[in-house]
Design a protein around this ligand. Structure first.
Ligand SMILES: Cc1cc2nc3c(=O)[nH]c(=O)nc-3n(C[C@H](O)[C@H](O)[C@H](O)COP(=O)(O)O)c2cc1C
Length: 179
């Protein structure tokens, strides 16, 4: 698929075909592509906790997502918890923040990485839903993730059962200023 087409036709999907499963090798291929994203001093602090087991997916949906997101993600064949390793991206070797953003850079790097994840998934015929509304504490407990990582989003990954239309976008004039 041509790049522009991949970018413009990707949609957040909230209905999945539960009968179609994603292989682990495909998830690995998507993460490999995402790893080509830039990161602060090439620190590569993005992490993916990939839940493929149906039992654990159910547990995440029931325990760690609000009801509407559990319903949105239902039928997805993988649930991916995206996190970053704290205090590396945006920090000096001696532990000082390089500038005022500090761990904001870890979040920034993860977003760049996740965007490639979403686009690669779409190129391979899969769909995704980024969920920012999730219970960080319960996810950490369930997956035994320590304080060295910050959980950011939960991403549903699977085969779509629907073809959503694109929510309206702002035009360039309202988001860009030229000097
Ligand atoms: C950081 C972030 C958090 C989001 N959280 C949720 C969420 O909790 N639940 C949901 O249904 N959609 C969520 N979305 C999806 C957005 O609503 C969606 O990207 C937006 O409406 C544009 O639609 P599109 O992705 O199809 O272009 C989130 C998206 C982002 C980037």
């Amino acid at each position: 698929m041509e790049f522009t087409n991949v970018v413009e036709t990707r949609r957040s999907v909230r209905e999945y075909d539960a009968s179609r499963k994603v292989e682990r090798s495909v998830v690995e291929e998507i993460i490999k592509e995402a790893s080509y994203a830039p990161s602060w001093k090439n620190s590569q602090t993005a992490r993916y906790h990939c839940i493929m087991s149906e039992d654990i997916i159910k547990e995440v949906e029931q325990e760690c997502l609000p009801e509407f997101n559990a319903k949105n993600a239902d039928g997805a064949s993988a649930i991916i918890v995206a996190s970053f390793v704290n205090h590396r991206s945006g920090f000096e070797r001696d532990g000082r923040k390089s500038n005022e953003l500090g761990d904001g850079w870890g979040c920034y790097d993860l977003g760049l990485n996740n965007m490639i994840f979403l686009l690669k998934a779409h190129e391979l015929g899969l769909s995704t839903l980024v969920m920012g509304l999730r219970d960080e504490k319960k996810i950490k407990e369930l997956l035994n993730i320590g304080d060295e990582e910050t959980i950011v989003s939960v991403i549903a990954l699977g085969y779509s059962d629907v073809q959503p239309s694109m929510p309206k976008r702002k035009d360039v004039d309202s988001v860009a200023k030229f000097y």
